[in-house]
Design a protein around this ligand. Structure first.
Ligand code: AHR
Length: 652
């Protein structure tokens, strides 16, 4: 974890003054007075299970509906019919869904196959197919019991039905037991299937049927998809917000996100319909459910792995206000509040406490260092305020060390934004979450949004934002450089106001190219590949170059600047966005630095505002490193057209 307070070095105020001398922009950095602190957690990530971000994405289980708990319990499972000599499909058995004597009560359905002839088979279609790589190993496992059959053969096939890997499970009896084997694939394909064949007549019961890559992030058995975690790790985000997003709220209270059903034994985690499955008529995803294989333990572990603070968001007793708006009665709120108290124990409590013991049992006796919790996602109105007060009373009394994040509603201005802020100021809330899904021009025009915010009120969490090139929730939104550079310009304003803005995160984070509901998104992936958008790289450049103290800065038309110092590395960091179609000469005068030497430069940009990254050109828009001469404390440079540039200059 990065810590601004670890080093004590002389503190500087860096005063950046931007003037125009002819066509040259002069940026003056005055390193002679102290400046305000900026949170090292400033730029983080917002994770929500939307666009197949969890199941089918970051959580790399290849079998869809592995526990037969989808609303259609046979969804994604199909029989293999053999064609006889007369061309007729010949059944050798049948598939049935049963609930008697289930594996456990949280997972009540299972598949019974009744086999009349040896060789009966059935298959799973995966998440728009299964991504399988040549020479990689996959753990095939299932809970099984049987009367008759003694083995089941698993065959991975490619899109042409060619066998590319096999394995066998054997030795069943009439009791549920977990069996597993490892299958090595002999070919690479995006669209594999898993086929299962039973060796003998009788019945076979199956549950938790899984095909899971061995090569996960940190090689964990229930681990995450490596390429996607790597993209997150490369960002060095200050925090990970999870699990959303509206998914926290549910469309009704009964389908809200309950963290307690997402921890412990995988087979006990209760599958739930994903609220995004039929949210948008234009992008229906009836096969979108949550297995919770990626649950709260895994989210905490992910945050820890990538050096980020965890920021869980909890339901506050309100379902989504764009859907049912169902609200828990005040007298029923204790269950929700207890969930929050128990979560703190799960994250931070001693291993002798009940929830701390579960954390330890899951492999993490050390605390997860939880310091913040969101009470409600994108909520607003009097019912929210009433419920928040009860949460705050209980949480502050028991855990004054935990900061609470509250919502200013879905829009960045007007009502209910204004009245929510007025209430939060009165109530002395800790951190207020603002959302802006707005046009690129809004981001450019709002780069000074926080310059005049009240310094003594609650801190701001710019918790969800993304420039919408077409309009909010429009399917033709683009992740192009036009959107990303507008976000970069806006983010200089977040950084300049780091004394008010505590944290910021782009949203949503992940999207499957064949299964998305919401555009734009920071990272796109298919069953095997992934790439960061220009928006991702803007986030990455800011998060990798966050300092510990800010510099007040004045900007001018077409140029957006911010600057910080990093007391840990003893550097000055100057960021400049040139939002012009032409190159911009700039002179950076570093007062207090008289030395000459080299500054590290990171440049991200494209003269084409329509430029987008893709699987074919994943790094068309990406940061490029170079150096520039610092001569007696002055840098002469040329900012490329439509670019974000970061200079790192040693203070020593
Ligand atoms: O990021 C997508 C959605 O936008 C989030 O779930 C919600 O909080 C916001 O409305």
């Amino acid at each position: 974890m990065r810590n601004a307070n670890r080093l004590s070095i002389p503190v500087f105020i860096l005063l950046v003054r931007t003037l125009v001398h002819g066509s040259t922009a002069v940026v003056t950095v005055d390193a002679t007075h102290p400046g305000a602190a900026i949170s090292p957690q400033m730029f983080g990530v917002f994770f929500e299970d939307i666009n197949f971000a969890a199941d089918g994405g970051l959580y790399p289980e290849l079998v869809k509906n592995r526990s037969f708990e989808f609303s259609d319990p046979l969804m994604s499972w199909h029989e293999i019919l053999l064609i006889d000599a007369k061309g007729l499909a010949k059944p050798r058995g049948e598939m049935d869904i049963r609930t008697e004597s289930p594996l456990n009560q949280s997972n009540p359905h299972y598949l019974r196959v009744k086999v009349t002839e040896a060789g009966y088979g059935f298959w799973n279609s995966g998440y728009r197919g299964m991504g399988v790589e040549s020479n990689a190993e996959y753990r095939f496992s299932a809970y099984l019991r049987a009367g008759g059959p003694k083995s089941i053969r698993a065959v991975i096939t490619d899109e042409n039905n060619k066998e590319i890997g096999t394995g066998t499970l054997t030795g069943f009896d009439e009791h549920w037991k977990k069996y597993e084997t490892v299958i090595r694939a002999s070919a690479t394909t995006q669209h594999a299937h898993l086929n299962l064949f039973v060796d003998a007549p009788g019945y076979l019961d199956l549950d938790m049927v899984s095909l899971f890559p061995i090569d996960t992030w940190k090689q964990r058995p229930n681990g995450l998809r490596k390429d996607l975690v790597q993209l997150l790790a490369d960002m060095h985000p200050g925090f990970v917000r999870f699990p959303g997003g509206c998914i926290v709220e549910g469309r009704q209270l009964a389908t809200r996100y309950r963290w307690k059903t997402t921890v412990g034994d995988l087979a006990q985690r209760q599958t739930l319909t994903n609220r995004w499955n039929d949210e948008f008529d234009q992008r229906p995803a009836p096969d979108y459910f949550q297995s919770f294989g990626l649950g709260f333990f895994e989210y905490f572990q992910l945050a820890e792995d990538i050096g980020a603070r965890p920021l869980p968001i909890l339901n506050c007793g309100m379902a989504c206000q764009f859907n049912s708006s169902e609200t828990a009665k005040l007298e029923d709120l204790q269950e929700y509040i207890q969930d929050a108290l128990d979560l703190i124990e799960f994250a931070n409590g001693p291993v002798s406490s009940p929830w701390g013991a579960l954390r330890a049992k899951m492999g993490h006796p050390e605390p997860f260092h939880l310091t913040m919790i969101g009470v409600g996602n994108e909520q607003w109105g009097a019912r929210y305020l009433e419920r928040y007060k009860l949460f705050a009373a209980a949480l502050k009394a028991n855990h004054p060390e935990i900061e609470l994040v509250v919502s200013a509603g879905p829009a960045p201005a007007g009502e209910p934004f204004e009245s929510m802020w007025a209430n939060w100021r009165d109530m002395k809330a800790d951190i207020v979450d603002e959302h802006y899904y707005m046009a690129p021009d809004w981001f450019l025009a709002n780069s000074g949004r926080y310059d005049h915010y009240d310094r003594s009120g609650p801190k701001v969490f710019a918790g969800e934002y993304a420039a919408q090139t077409s309009g909010t929730t429009k399917p033709d939104n683009r992740n192009n450089w036009k959107a990303a550079i507008a976000e970069a310009a806006f983010m200089t304003g977040l950084e300049r106001n780091g004394d008010v803005v505590r944290m910021a995160s782009y949203a949503p984070l992940l999207a499957h190219v064949d299964a998305w509901q919401w555009k734009p998104d920071a990272i796109w992936f298919d069953n095997l590949r992934s790439f960061g958008t220009p928006d991702y790289y803007v986030q990455s450049v800011f998060a990798n170059n966050v300092g510990t103290r800010i510099v007040p800065v004045t900007s001018q038309e077409g140029l957006y600047t911010s600057a910080t110092i990093d007391e840990r590395t003893h550097e000055v960091l100057v960021k400049a966005v040139n939002h012009n179609s032409t190159e911009r000469p700039v002179e950076i005068q570093l007062k207090g630095i008289s030395e000459s030497g080299k500054a590290q430069v990171t440049t991200l940009g494209s003269s084409d505002l329509n430029a987008e990254n893709s699987f074919e050109q994943p790094k068309l828009v990406r940061p490029r490193a170079s150096t520039v001469e610092v001569k007696a404390g002055t840098i002469q440079a040329r900012l490329p057209p439509y670019s974000l540039t970061v200079y790192r200059i040693s203070l020593q």
